[in-house]
Design a binder for this molecule. Sequence first.
Ligand SMILES: [Zn+2]
Length: 145
Amino acid sequence: MHDEGFMLAALRQSRKALPECLPNPPVGCVIVDADTEEIVAEGYTRAPGKHHAEADALYQIQGKAFNFLKMYVTLEPCSFHGRTPACALAIAQDSRIHEIYVSVVDPDPRNNGQGLNILKKSGKTVYVGLCAHEVNLFINQYLLT
Ligand SMILES: [Zn+2]
């Protein structure tokens, strides 16, 4: 599968987040083992106060060893500690994850590029805009701007 296919898999996950995730936006995330090009974790945003999509996926690979993981997430990981710890920090601290594909930048002024900055500063490679058209069609209805 190619990068687009993995992001579309994350988009499919994000649809499962509704309606429990509201008022948080419905976000999906998949983690891919670069050695096998297989999805090793899938996650989506749970009810407020519970796991965001990224934390949901990371939880599934807790304690497992990987050389090189790629994360595909439909919305920029959060950079601030709200009801749950910041996802961008959790990803930045995970040495197994080397590349992060973000479809859409979070328009929330508390984030809005800051999550991307945390990831880049930690030495990760960050790609933005993959499948943005498809993700925007779905997520725009739920983003509070
Ligand atoms: Zn988050």
